[in-house]
Design a protein around this ligand. Structure first.
Ligand code: NAD
Length: 261
């Protein structure tokens, strides 16, 4: 628990399931007030709100597409109207499309880039404008991926988007450090969420993924949420512009693990 987080107001995009849901619920445990954004699954967002309230936090679920300026503005408005302020903005919403790159349609490329990268820009822009207008410090956390660093054939749009998120995070961390606004990324590895449900249901693919993790297991959404809570809290007060990899060592070149090479 981080005492300074109590009563702070957070927006979590894509907060209805997976990692976003775990972050929203962890913020609830920290007694924060949370705007749980969803795009399509109102029921799951409502369940997230209930779970947060059961932990002693406060929450509201708000529909909004992160790839639309109006959708993102609606999240900021909800934070201010419901809870009177904004302290933390988590750009978590994301999705991926698998395709050999030479067959990837422009529409699918644009969809992945728009949600994963432009959505991060729009969320960060809304939060930055709020913090600047209120002359207050603030905290932005962008959910990136190990694929901001590791190339991922047949997921080129996703890797390109996350690579973009990395330098966007670093750039605005530098641009707004003087304003007391901290901006950091989180790079999850293989985490057990709906985005991976189909893949992990297949034992061969599950085992193949585990073999790429030096810690020899798939991560839990709560383990990613723990990093978000630390980055949101004053315990990380001198940290900005990093990507906190939460990946069981996946970014450590696991092919070398027995001294090969
Ligand atoms: P998920 O599919 O379980 O959840 C993604 C969330 O984003 C959902 O709530 C979905 O509704 C929401 N979303 C999608 N498009 C949206 C839009 N246009 N507007 C608003 N919300 C939208 O996936 P997850 O695994 O929880 O992924 C969360 C984040 O973590 C993503 O950015 C993903 O790229 C990243 N990530 C996940 C993993 C992993 O292994 N699960 C690894 C690395 C990075």
């Amino acid at each position: 628990m981080y005492k300074d987080l109590k009563n702070k107001v957070a927006v979590v995009t894509g907060g209805s399931k997976g990692i976003g849901r775990a972050v929203a619920e962890r913020f609830g445990k920290e007694q924060m007030r949370v705007v749980v954004n969803y795009n399509s699954d109102a029921q799951q967002a409502a369940e997230a709100v209930q779970a947060i309230e059961a932990q002693g936090g406060q929450a509201v679920s708000v529909h909004g597409d992160v790839s639309s300026e109006a959708g993102v503005q609606g999240l900021l408005d909800a934070a201010v109207q419901q809870f009177g302020r904004l302290d933390v903005w988590v750009n978590n919403a994301g999705m991926e499309i698998k395709s050999p790159t030479h067959e990837l349609s422009l529409a699918d490329w644009n969809k992945v880039i728009t949600i994963n990268e432009t959505g991060v820009f729009l969320g960060a822009k809304a939060a930055l404008n709020y913090f600047k207008a209120h002359h207050q410090s603030g905290n932005i956390i962008n959910m990136s991926s190990v694929h901001e660093q590791i190339p991922w054939p047949t997921f080129a749009s996703y890797a390109a988007a996350k690579g973009g998120v990395k330098l966007f995070t670093q750039t605005i961390a530098m641009e707004y450090a003087k304003d007391g606004i901290r901006v950091n990324g989180i790079g999850p590895g293989a985490i057990n969420t709906p985005i991976n449900a189909e893949k992990f249901a297949d034992k061969a693919q599950y085992d193949q993924t585990v073999a790429m993790v030096p810690m020899n297991r798939i991560g839990k959404p709560e383990e990613v949420a723990a990093g978000a809570a630390w980055l949101a809290s004053a315990e990380s007060s001198y940290v900005t512009g990093i990507t906190l990899f939460i990946d069981g060592g996946m970014t450590l070149y696991p092919a070398f693990k027995d001294g090969q090479g």
